[in-house]
Write a protein that binds this ligand. Structure first.
Ligand SMILES: Cc1ncc(COP(=O)(O)O)c(C=O)c1O
Length: 412
């Protein structure tokens, strides 16, 4: 093996260790330094978000806590529960907060997310995606062996048979929900007779235990205008409601009817037999959701507050009418609409190039110079979170905790 030169060895040592070579008098703590302040997830030293090196992902704790409370109060007032989707935050610390504030469990999209959540102490997990390969099926069933609160979705007879065999091979009976298609034809089995026949087969198979259905109407979540959204989703969920009624009349277990999301969280309870809403984005909000309008505000969806921000630094201010920042596609994604500069008007942001963002002045409430930091409300929260290893939990500008995004990049 090639030997490292002395200078390269000392560089790697100083960069990887406590980053001793960065003078403390310069504010702008690196990720490595921030982790050295971390005591079991809490940061006791006085560090403000403005001291963080950028781009950095920050979550405002007051806003996050208000979002958790609004959700729980609304769903419990409507007689249903919440089973939030952890594909949004991928962070066990947040999953714990959701469970502590009343959620009955969490959802995940991938087996690897489920494994990461379980490894970090989360035990009530619904995997909303049907696994089709033998590898994923056996991983899910092995997880179920250790995690009694694990529930798996399925949408075909063949898949149910494979699940039953894999469950028997590890000596368990796996909990299963039937994924019913709301009409988008993305995943799920057709409602009515096909779903009933699948449920009856699950009920007969030795390795499976039927728990109910899952029906996620993704196509309605971002419909603009509350009344339009409501009419659409209620009509699309109605066949699933009739299906679970069929299950009931056939003597099958109907304890779970899970579905919905942030756009329909205050509508879903109107579908008969609906039990729990799988909200994801409500925690953080984003530019996509803010534009759909709500029951009380036609223009802006203000039921939940934006709590997730990308902190970015201006790196060039030499050109008229714009500045360049260090948050481009690798920090923000290129989802549309573009991120929004928090608290400012008359300027628009583009994260179209890999490493840089452009802030264009139209009629700006202020201007920025090199070294200034600004906060961006994210375009679409899920893919943004997946770009970062940790998020900084901020209360009134102070860094209160560092939350590891343990399931970041877990896409298998
Ligand atoms: C199956 C499923 N349930 C729930 C959600 C949560 O949606 P939202 O972030 O809109 O609340 C998603 C998001 O894509 C999903 O795929």
């Amino acid at each position: 093996m090639k030997k490292l030169s002395r200078s390269r060895r000392s560089f790697l040592f100083s960069a990887g260790a406590a980053a001793l070579w960065i003078p403390r008098s310069v504010k702008g703590y690196s990720t490595t330094e921030m982790h050295s302040f971390d005591r079991d997830g809490q940061v006791e030293d006085t560090i403000t978000k403005w001291d963080l090196d950028t781009p950095a992902l920050c979550v405002d704790l007051d806003a996050l806590e208000r979002n958790l409370k609004t959700l729980q109060q609304t769903v419990s007032g409507n007689g249903i529960a919440s089973r939030p989707h952890a594909k949004t935050h991928k962070c066990p610390a947040i999953a714990r907060l959701q469970l502590e504030t009343g959620s009955v469990g969490i959802c995940v999209a991938k087996v690897s997310e489920a494994e990461a959540m379980f490894e970090h102490g989360i035990e009530e997990i619904l995997l909303t995606t049907t696994n089709v390969t033998p590898l994923k099926i056996s991983r899910a069933m092995r997880l179920r062996k250790w995690c009694a609160g694990f529930i798996q979705a399925t949408d075909s007879l063949n898949n149910a048979h494979s699940l039953s065999e894999a469950a028997r091979a590890v000596g368990i009976t796996a909990d299963i929900v039937v994924d019913v298609d709301p009409g988008g034809h993305r995943t799920g089995i057709s409602p009515g007779q096909p779903a009933l026949e699948l449920a009856q087969e699950i009920d007969r198979l030795p390795g499976l235990h039927l728990r109910g259905i899952l029906c996620y109407d993704g196509g309605s979540q971002h419909v603009k205008g509350f009344e339009k959204r409501k009419t659409q989703t209620l009509s699309r969920l109605a066949p699933a409601g009739e299906t679970i009624d069929l299950f009931k009349r056939s003597g099958l277990n109907t304890e779970i009817f899970s579905g919905g999301g942030t756009g329909t969280y205050n509508i879903d309870h109107e579908t008969p037999f609906f039990t729990d809403v799988q909200v994801g984005s409500y925690l953080f909000m984003d530019a996509q959701y803010m534009s759909i309008g709500g029951a009380t505000n036609d223009e802006i969806y203000s039921d939940f507050e934006p709590s997730l921000m990308i902190l970015t630094t201006v790196v060039n201010d030499q050109y008229k009418g714009q500045v360049t920042t260090d948050a481009g596609a690798k920090a923000c994604t290129i989802n549309q609409p573009w991120p929004i500069v928090k608290g400012e008007t008359g300027m628009s942001y583009r994260s179209g190039s890999d490493e840089f963002g452009t802030l264009q002045y139209d009629n700006p409430s202020r201007t920025y110079k090199v070294g200034d930091k600004l906060e961006l409300i994210v375009s679409h929260c899920d893919p943004v979170v997946n770009l970062y290893d940790q998020m900084y939990a901020i209360r009134r500008d102070q860094v209160e905790a560092i939350w590891r995004i343990e399931a970041r990049g877990m896409s298998t």
